[in-house]
Ligand binder design. Structure first.
Ligand SMILES: [Zn+2]
Length: 543
């Protein structure tokens, strides 16, 4: 990198990390002046589109939609993609809010994906460092899924323009991870062949640093199953002996599971909620349901937990004189395995892009949120993450899941984490929404878009990377492990989930949709001073 390039990148708000070796591509690859020039151009174009990226981040934040109900988000993104020349197939795999947008022709086919759904009860004013819902009880982006498609769409638009001018063959696909919080769709996209012609999938997910990993990571796969029981109602006081309580079956199943938990591998994670626990105390519950997530590090472990759950449901029905009415699969995710070759190429680009230049206001917000939560007050990330390598199964200690795992067993895939959130937060919480429509999220998304775009240039112009990625996929990743979907042929996406919650809250939430024709940013529209932090040390904290 020349001195003038460095100054130019600095002016664009980049932290300079000089990679060893020639050019922006870093030391691992041979210098190629054309590729380096295109990468510089793409990075500059992405900075020029920072306002556009910010609008997408803010708009999707303001929609705050839960999984399978991302209607506003879908129509917003589909409009943008169509305006930019993409052909969009909506409602793929029978999921009304899903889509696959395609532009270009020929190889390589690069698919850019990211999740779009929110978290229940996490409505929160952005830029405010304490609990302050926009709409009490409403869903919101308490995971930060409002930012990933902004990263992808900006990168796709910039690379498309370069491909057109330079006559570079290839196809770009953009798709949303609908209902990721329910791990509800990606296995179906894979099953229905939407990735069969894809060469590489560059997935992206919000984080608090720029990072990528390869191999089998710390997380789990899972199957999500709802058990419905049917009993017989009766007057709970007048004739309880006539009744058979479906709720009793739910409770006994849970007791059984909670005892069994001690004798499972420590890698497992399992948890449940009771969506139907009866109507009112004086009616013996004729129906009840319990919804489990069974998580393990490997497919056989997930299957074993699932079978144990099924046995316990049957046993609980026998104990209570009720019936198991249904055992419905609501979602699934294979444990993830990320591609080594693509991760290494992406990591070179992460090193050249570097972290955003955080302002004092960004750091003040971050430290105030950390103080509010009683965690280490270290502010925002200052150094990029290391390239994460595989973890041995015996060293894993459970963790979250993402149904990108299913895609990762169909085509070479990596997940780019980009720095749009604050370190040390609990996840799936109102606090995780605070940064997500502020300059922290905006700058993080722009940094992420640069890495996506630069990596796309590598895939388009260095065919050996795609070839080596497939060699890793075929000869290493899938040598001994074969992908068998957890979803069975009869399973269908659970598109009815969250409908009632969104119907209840959407009218109130609509009043807060971002209007970019009137306001530059969502913070401006809401009249929030950035950052808004507690002014007195003794102000009451959230419990
Ligand atoms: Zn997520």
């Amino acid at each position: 990198m020349t001195k003038s390039t460095a100054r130019w990148l600095m002016a664009l708000g980049c932290t300079i990390v000089v990679a060893a070796g020639p050019g922006l591509a870093g030391g691992r690859q041979q210098a190629d002046p054309r590729i380096d020039a295109l990468k510089r151009e793409a990075a500059a174009e992405i900075v020029a589109l920072a306002g556009f990226t910010q609008q997408m981040v803010d708009s999707i934040f303001s929609f705050g939609e839960l999984g399978f109900q991302e209607y506003e988000t879908q129509s917003y993104l589909v409009n943008i993609l169509r305006q930019h020349g993409f052909t969009v197939q909506e409602g793929i795999s029978g999921v009304p809010t899903a889509f696959m947008a395609t532009w270009g022709s020929g190889k390589p086919v690069i698919a850019l994906g990211s999740d779009v759904d929110g978290i229940p009860q996490s409505s929160q004013k952005p830029g405010v460092a304490y609990r302050a819902p926009l709409v009490e009880g409403a869903p919101g982006h308490g995971e930060g899924h409002n930012s990933g498609e902004a990263v992808n769409v900006t990168a796709a638009i910039v690379i498309k323009k370069i491909m057109e001018r330079e006559k570079i063959p290839g196809t770009i696909k953009v798709w949303p991870g609908v209902a990721e919080e329910l791990v509800g769709t990606k296995a179906y996209f894979a099953r229905d062949g939407f990735f069969k012609d894809v060469d590489v999938c560059l997935f992206t997910h919000v984080g608090n640093n720029l990072g990528v990993s390869w191999g089998s990571g710390a997380g789990n796969g899972l199957v999500s199953v709802e058990y419905r029981f049917r009993g017989e109602s009766a007057h709970s006081a007048g004739a309880p002996w006539r009744g058979r309580s479906a709720l009793d079956a739910v409770e006994l199943m849970n007791i059984g599971w909670n005892f069994r938990r001690e004798h499972m591998r420590i890698q497992q994670r399992s948890h449940y909620v009771i969506p139907d626990g009866g109507d009112q105390p004086n009616v013996v519950p004729p129906t009840a349901s319990v919804w489990y997530y069974f998580r393990e590090t490997e497919y056989p472990g997930i299957k074993e937990m699932w079978e144990t759950g099924n046995t316990m449901a049957q046993a609980a029905a026998m104990m209570t004189g009720t019936k198991v009415e249904s055992m419905r699969v609501l979602g699934s995710a294979w444990p993830q395995h990320m591609n080594k070759v693509v991760a290494e190429a992406m990591y070179d680009n992460i090193k050249s892009v570097g972290l955003p230049a955080w302002s004092e206001a960004d750091q003040t917000l971050a430290r105030a949120v950390q103080k509010e939560l009683g965690v280490k007050e270290e502010g925002l990330a200052r150094e990029i993450d290391k390239l994460e390598e595989p973890i041995r199964d015996q060293d894993k200690r459970g963790g979250g899941s993402d149904d990108i795992g299913d895609i990762s067993w169909n085509v070479p895939t990596v997940t780019l984490r980009f720095p749009s959130n604050i370190p040390n937060l609990p996840g799936h919480n109102w606090a995780n929404a605070i940064a997500m429509a502020t300059p922290i999220a905006h700058k993080g998304a722009t940094a992420g878009a640069k890495v996506q775009a630069l990596t796309m240039i590598d895939l388009l112009l260095r065919p050996e990377i795609v070839k080596q990625a497939w060699a890793y996929f075929n000869d290493v990743q899938t040598k001994d492990v074969k992908y068998t979907p957890l979803v069975r042929p009869e399973d269908k996406p659970a598109i009815d989930l969250n409908r009632d919650v969104m119907e209840r809250f959407r009218p109130q939430m609509k009043a807060y949709y971002f209007d970019p024709t009137k306001y530059k940013t969502y913070l401006e529209q809401l009249g929030i001073q950035y950052p808004t932090v507690r002014t007195t040390a003794d102000a009451p904290r959230q419990p």
